[in-house]
Design a protein around this ligand. Structure first.
Ligand SMILES: [Zn+2]
Length: 412
């Protein structure tokens, strides 16, 4: 084998929202023999993935884990998702993530994802929104499930939007896009007019008949212009090429903006029904040709938002059995040095049903790495091994406190 072929590689399994809080977390209760084995063989630690002052969420978490300094580049979620969906944003476009949500009879936000609306249903609603409210500066685009996009041509900054995850059970009228600009007024009017367009739509009539929550309002948030990021290889010269295996538009968009290849994986949905084996296979195929692969799994975050501890435990067991185990079995046989990292981008505690910025556990394994004494991979076992809270590393270099100073998790 040539020297070039032995260039060290790195595979990051990013389990969205995996971390939880309190005692007996889903990760503590889950039967995850492979992650536990890797924690015993490798290194573990606590990592602050959300730098102080940034909203806890996948955009800040993933960009920080990749090593981006958010004070220099923090694109809005909507723009990253637009790139992930392959939308050509013009420099003057402002892209908003635009959820289809359910507002209950008392006018409160009851469901940030409109009761698990399907991609097919959502596409029909996006097209109705475009027909009734689109045109001129406004464009609605379908994404996956409840995740639409709203593009505002020649948009101006200055609109303040609340994530629907932070507005659950609050009155819609108290959480509308805020600001005095004409764009803020336009967005407020779009939200209110969307209720009339959606309420009477055939998709919602059928959902009502089936006893399902309707998608009866839009919720725009996360505005951003076309993102400009330095390529990942500029931050980590050893990682010359890379790929992202992911379903959600946000993560795919981050991959594209970071100059990484983003293959399509049939069966990868981002939901509970995602084809884990197909994603693991795609990650291994990508790692044969790339220096770096990020494999993203969404479902644990969804279970956290649903407050469903049992579902989250089962998702983590699936991830261990169907993703981490086959990856480890295969990589342990490779002659090429490969580092395997498993971590979440942020915590999504089931008791809170929102993201938090608390430090999350990570594990790093490669052949020959010296173990650090962790006995299992979960919040408690890792904290026992690293008892000083201030030893939590911060993901992005240059914004670091604690013992693992300045070292990105991509370089551990
Ligand atoms: Zn989430």
């Amino acid at each position: 084998m040539t020297t070039a072929a032995l260039h060290p590689k790195r595979l990051v399994v990013l389990v969205d929202g995996m971390a939880d809080e309190g005692r007996d977390t889903p990760l503590c209760l889950a039967h995850t023999p492979c992650m536990d084995l890797l924690a015993r063989l490798g290194r573990t630690g606590l990592l602050r993935t959300i730098p102080p002052g940034y909203p806890p969420g996948s955009e800040a978490g993933i960009l920080s884990i990749l090593g981006y300094d958010l004070s220099r580049c923090f694109p809005g979620r909507g723009a990253l998702e637009a790139v992930g969906l392959g939308v050509d944003l013009r420099p003057s476009d402002v892209a908003f993530r635009c959820n289809l949500v359910h507002v209950d009879a008392s006018g409160r936000l009851a469901d940030y994802a409109a009761g698990g609306i399907t991609t097919g249903e959502a596409a029909q609603l996006a097209s109705a929104l475009q027909q009734s409210l689109g045109g001129g500066r406004v464009r609605f685009l379908a994404g996956t499930e409840h995740r639409l996009l709203l593009l505002l041509a020649d948009g101006m900054p200055g609109v303040r939007c609340v994530s629907p995850l932070d507005a659950l059970r609050r009155p819609l009228l108290s959480s509308l896009p805020a600001g005095h600009s004409p764009d803020a007024a336009l967005l407020r009017s779009l939200v209110l007019r969307s209720r009339e367009v959606l309420e009477g739509h055939e998709v919602n009539r059928l959902r009502r008949l089936r006893g399902l929550p309707t998608a009866n309002a839009i919720w725009p948030y996360g505005p951003g212009h076309c993102p400009v990021l330095p390529p990942l290889s500029a931050l980590h010269p050893a990682l010359r090429t890379g790929a992202v295996v992911a379903a959600p538009g946000l993560v795919r968009g981050i991959g594209r903006c970071a100059g990484l290849r983003v293959p399509d994986v049939p069966g990868a949905t981002g939901g509970y029904d995602t084809d884990y084996a197909a994603k693991a296979g795609a990650a291994l195929r990508a790692l044969q040709v790339e220096d770096f692969v990020l494999l993203h799994v969404e479902a644990a975050d969804t279970a956290g938002h649903e407050g469903d501890r049992e579902r989250k435990r089962l998702v983590l067991e699936d991830v261990d059995r169907l993703v981490v185990r086959p990856l480890y079995d295969e990589l342990a046989r490779w002659s090429q040095p490969v580092t395997l990292v498993v971590l979440p981008d942020h915590a999504t505690p089931c008791s809170l049903r929102v993201h938090t910025a608390a430090p999350v556990p990570y594990l790093v394994w490669r052949r020959g790495i010296g173990p650090d004494g962790a006995t299992a991979f979960n919040e408690e076992a890792v904290a026992r091994c690293h008892p000083r809270a201030d030893e939590a590393a911060v993901a992005a270099p240059g914004r670091t406190v604690g013992a693992v100073q300045g070292i990105s998790v991509l370089e551990l």
